[in-house]
Ligand binder design. Structure first.
Ligand SMILES: NC(=O)c1ccc[n+]([C@@H]2O[C@H](COP(=O)([O-])OP(=O)(O)OC[C@H]3O[C@@H](n4cnc5c(N)ncnc54)[C@H](O)[C@@H]3O)[C@@H](O)[C@H]2O)c1
Length: 312
């Protein structure tokens, strides 16, 4: 392991969780002193205690201004300065069909996943201004920052918004020499879906969904952390305002091509779960269930001769 972050002070939020803990460990392995921030104080303390280098745990809610100011203050009081930020804390919120989503759930998810990064980058830039310079910032975005799904709409909206925060901060930080980037993980088994473990699309479903990814597997927190460490290091000195997907290729899939899985999903079942009875009927004819693998010519959408006759 290189010691390319020797002497740097790093904050990692959501650091009691899967990706955050891996990031804290990686930054520590590479020589940084780490401020381990999480809502879960016991978890944060446990992670901090297990790091090989200097570390301090802080209980904080990233959606609260006073908490963000407090972890920044503690970092500076403890280590004298602050160089690196991995703004990573996030929640998914409850699975729900769009008409059934509550505004309170929307506000909560957006509070943590969008307001949180805003408060985090603002505090970082305030600190960098005070100390006359800073290092680098990485936000944890998501494949949900780049692609659509409807069952986790608040999550999706907040993660799209996080990229807006990242790009705005990058425009501000560039002339100051402060780099701001994002990682966009795909499927990484962690505690993120604990509350929705049994749901279709929830935590228990990850391995099955992982088989649809080009690399045919889920990722690990360490595989995200190594990219975070790279982006925070001088090895990424000319990488700025970028979203780096770390998703086994999931974001490149064209779902309308047979090689991307077109026809593999039972859209009729998905649509009927959403209560779109009439559209489910159309979906089953156009998507034609699992018949894409029936040997039809590429681009036929897996339709049979009978289907084409029926459409004509
Ligand atoms: N796991 C995945 O498949 C995946 C995919 C894409 C993006 N992400 C993103 O990665 C980040 C880390 O998620 P994870 O998979 O490690 O999940 P996780 O649940 O294991 O960790 C998230 C951590 O954030 C903490 N947290 C939640 N709300 C907080 C708040 N208000 N203030 C401070 N801490 C808070 C939790 O206590 C937890 O320790 C999240 O932003 C998530 O959206 C995860």
């Amino acid at each position: 392991m290189t010691r390319r972050l020797e002497g740097r002070v790093a904050v990692v939020t959501g650091a009691a969780g899967g990706i955050g803990a891996a990031s804290a460990r990686r930054l520590s392995d590479e020589g940084a002193s780490v401020v381990v921030v999480d809502l879960d104080h016991d978890g944060a303390r446990e992670v901090a205690a297990g790091l090989p280098g200097p570390a301090v745990a802080v209980a904080a809610d990233v959606s609260r201004e006073e908490d963000v100011e407090r972890y920044t203050r503690i970092a500076v009081e403890t280590y004298g300065r602050l160089d690196l930020h991995h703004l990573n804390a996030g929640i998914v919120g409850p699975f729900a069909e769009l008409p059934d989503m509550s505004a309170a759930d929307f506000d909560h998810v957006v509070g943590v996943n969008l307001r949180g990064p805003f408060l985090g980058v603002r505090a970082a830039f305030r600190r960098y201004r005070e100390q006359g310079g800073g290092g680098a910032i990485v936000l944890t975005a998501s494949i949900a920052s780049l692609r659509g799904s409807h069952d986790l709409l608040p999550y999706q909206a907040s993660k799209h918004g996080a990229l807006g925060v990242m790009r705005g901060a990058a425009m501000y930080g560039g002339p100051l020499g402060v780099r701001v980037n994002a990682v966009a993980p795909g499927l990484v088994p962690t505690g993120l879906f604990t509350a929705a473990r049994d749901e279709s699309g929830g935590g228990d479903d990850m391995t099955r969904r992982g088989t649809t990814v080009p690399l045919r597997r889920t990722g690990s927190p360490d595989e995200i952390a190594s990219v975070v460490a790279f982006l925070l290091s001088d090895d990424a000195a000319y990488v700025h305002g970028e979203v780096v997907s770390v998703d086994g290729g999931a974001a490149i899939v064209s779902t309308v091509r047979p090689s991307g899985g077109a026809g593999a999903w039972d859209t009729a079942a998905v649509d009927s779960r959403a209560g779109n009875g009439s559209r489910a009927g159309n979906g089953s004819r156009a998507g034609n269930g699992g018949q894409a693998g029936s040997g039809g010519p590429a681009g036929s959408g897996g339709r049979t001769a009978d289907d084409r006759r029926a459409e004509a």
